[in-house]
Design a protein around this ligand. Structure first.
Ligand SMILES: [Zn+2]
Ligand SMILES: [Zn+2]
Length: 472
C-alpha cells in the first residue's frame, strides 16, 4: 500500500491525510489497555517505510513500543518514519536514533514516562524530568528529525467521517434489525468512545498540558494562538478516531459470527474474541478514509497469530499488511477513469483500474502468510469475486467482513463467490446466531418504562428470518 500525502483535498473521499492516519492508528493500538497507568504509559507505534506501513506495535508489560520495534526490525529501521502515540523515553530513543531512522513523530500530550503524577510521587517526576532532558539532548544531536506533526484537519472532515460512520453497513444493520429502537444508539456509542479517548489522549487541564509541553521541549507551542490551535487539532483528531470506532460498536448481541455455525476444533477456524475482532475492523475502517475512489472507501488489514506468543504488546498477533482501494501505485489523478456503473460508456468506468483494499494489503504485505499460522483479513465490505480467490489462494484462514453485498451481482462487480467460499472461515457482522435463536432471547436495549420487554415469538421468528438472509 502506498500512502501519498494528499494535496488535492477537493476530492471529498480522501479526507484523512497520510500523516493523520499514521497518528490515529498508533493511538488506536493502545486504546484497549487501560491497566497501564503507572509511570510508563502504554504507547502505540507505526513504522513506515517508503510511505508503506511495515509495522504496528504496542508496548507490552516488559517492553516499550520502541524496544519492540527494534527487536522486530533491527537495522531495517534505517530510513523509516516512526509515529508514536507518546513522546518516546530516552531508553527507546537512543536505540532508534542509533538504528538510523529518518523521522520520529509523536503525539504531543503526556510522554511515555509520565509527567502527570507530580503530586502523587515527586521522586518519579524528577526522574521523568531528567529523562525528558536526555530525550532533548538525543534529539538535538541526532540525524533523525524528532517532531510533532499535527496539521489542522480539513474543515468538513469531522462531519464527513460522522456521516459515513452513521451510514456504515454495521450501523445500518443494527438499525434495521431493531426498528423499535427509539434511542439513537450510534450517538450514545460515539459519546462513550469520545469520553474514553479524551481521557487517554488529551490532558484536561490546560495548565498541566503547558507544563508538560515545556518539559518536553515544546515551549514554542505554549503561547497562543499556537497552544489553542494545537489543542483544537488534537481534539479534532480524537473526535475522528472516536467517530470511526463507534461505527463498529459494542452493541447488544452484535458481533462477528460464522453463520455456518459449524463447530470445529481446528484452531485455524476458531473465532477471535469479539473485542479483538472489533479492534482490527476499526483499523480497517480508518484505512478506508485513505481511498482514492470518490464513492466507496474500503479498508483491509491482515493479521496473523504466531505459533509462539511473541514479545509484542499485541499478544500473539502479528501485523502482515494493510491497504485501501486506490489506483495503481504511482499513478496521477487524471491517469484513469473515475466513473462508476451509472456511466453508460463501459470504457470510461473505473472498475478495471481500481486496486481493491484486499489486493493492496496482499501486494504490499511486509511478512509472508505462513500455512501453519492462523491468519486473518479484516475488510470493511464483503470481498468481491475478484478478491475471494486471492484471499483463499494466499492461504488466509479467516475473513472478517460485512456481508451486505454478499450474493449481489452489480453491473461492474459481483459478490457471488463469498457465500460459496469453502476452506476459509467467514465471520460476518450480525446478531449472535446462538442468542437470536434462543427462545428466551431478550433484547437488552428494548426497555419500556424501565421494564425489560420480552420479545414476542413473532418478533423472534422475524428476527431469525432476517438472520437466514445472511446465511450462505
Ligand atoms: Zn521507551
Ligand atoms: Zn475486491
Amino acid at each position: 500500500m502506498h500512502f501519498i500525502v494528499y494535496t488535492n483535498y477537493k476530492f471529498k473521499t480522501s479526507v484523512v491525510d497520510g500523516v493523520e492516519i499514521f497518528f490515529t492508528v498508533p493511538m488506536f493500538m493502545i486504546v484497549k489497555d487501560l491497566s497501564y497507568t503507572v509511570e510508563v504509559k502504554k504507547s502505540g507505534l507505526v513504522v513506515v517505510k517508503n510511505m508503506k506501513i511495515v509495522g504496528l506495535h504496542c508496548s507490552s508489560t516488559d517492553l516499550h513500543a520502541g524496544q519492540i520495534a527494534l527487536i522486530k526490525h533491527g537495522s531495517r529501521l534505517k530510513n523509516c518514519d516512526l509515529y508514536f502515540s507518546r513522546k518516546p523515553c530516552s531508553t527507546c530513543l537512543k536505540m532508534i536514533v542509533n538504528a538510523g531512522v529518518n523521522r520520529i513523530s509523536y503525539w504531543p500530550a503526556d510522554p511515555e514516562i509520565s509527567l502527570q503524577n507530580e503530586a502523587s510521587n515527586p521522586m518519579t517526576t524528577d526522574d521523568a524530568k531528567l529523562d525528558a532532558k536526555a530525550v532533548e539532548r538525543l534529539k538535538s544531536n541526532s540525524r533523525a528529525r524528532v517532531c510533532v506533526l499535527l496539521q489542522p484537519l480539513v474543515c468538513y472532515m469531522v462531519q464527513f467521517v460522522e456521516e459515513t460512520s452513521t451510514k456504515f453497513d454495521f450501523i445500518q444493520k443494527i438499525a434495521k434489525s431493531q426498528p423499535d429502537l427509539n434511542t439513537d444508539f450510534y450517538t450514545v456509542c460515539r459519546q462513550e468512545r469520545i469520553k474514553e479517548y479524551e481521557s487517554l489522549f488529551l490532558i484536561s487541564s490546560e495548565e498541566m498540558h503547558k507544563q508538560i509541553l515545556m518539559t518536553i521541549g515544546l515551549e514554542n507551542l505554549c503561547e497562543n494562538p499556537y497552544f489553542s490551535n494545537l489543542r483544537q487539532n488534537m481534539k479534532d483528531l480524537v473526535l475522528v478516531l472516536a467517530t470511526v470506532a463507534a461505527s463498529v460498536p459494542v452493541f447488544g448481541c452484535f458481533g462477528f459470527y460464522n453463520s455456518e455455525s459449524r463447530r470445529t476444533n481446528e484452531t485455524d477456524h476458531q473465532d477471535l474474541p469479539q473485542e479483538i475482532a472489533r479492534h482490527c475492523m476499526i483499523q480497517a475502517r480508518l484505512l478506508e478514509y485513505r481511498t482514492e475512489d470518490h464513492k466507496t472507501g474500503v479498508g483491509a488489514i491482515i493479521w496473523a497469530e504466531e505459533k509462539s506468543r511473541s514479545c509484542d504488546g499485541t499478544g500473539a498477533m502479528c501485523f502482515v499488511g494493510c491497504g485501501y482501494n486506490a489506483f495503481p501505485a504511482g499513478s496521477e489523478y487524471a491517469d484513469f477513469p473515475h466513473m462508476d456503473d451509472k456511466q453508460k460508456d463501459r470504457e470510461i468506468r473505473k472498475f478495471r483500474y481500481i486496486i481493491h483494499a484486499e489486493q493492496n494489503a496482499l501486494t504490499f504485505r511486509c511478512r509472508e502468510i505462513k500455512p501453519d499460522e492462523r491468519s486473518m483479513i479484516f475488510v470493511t465490505k464483503c470481498p468481491c469475486d475478484e478478491c475471494v480467490p486471492l484471499i483463499k489462494g494466499a492461504g488466509i484462514k479467516q475473513i472478517y467482513a460485512g456481508d451486505v453485498d454478499a450474493g449481489k451481482k452489480k453491473a461492474d462487480i459481483s459478490y457471488m463467490k463469498f457465500g460459496e467460499l469453502e476452506g476459509v472461515s467467514k465471520f460476518t457482522w450480525q446478531l449472535n446466531p446462538l442468542h437470536a435463536n434462543a427462545l428466551e432471547f431478550r433484547d437488552p436495549t428494548a426497555r419500556e418504562n424501565g421494564v425489560q420487554k420480552t420479545k414476542s415469538l413473532d418478533d423472534q421468528q422475524h428476527q431469525s428470518k432476517k438472520l437466514c438472509l445472511g446465511h450462505y
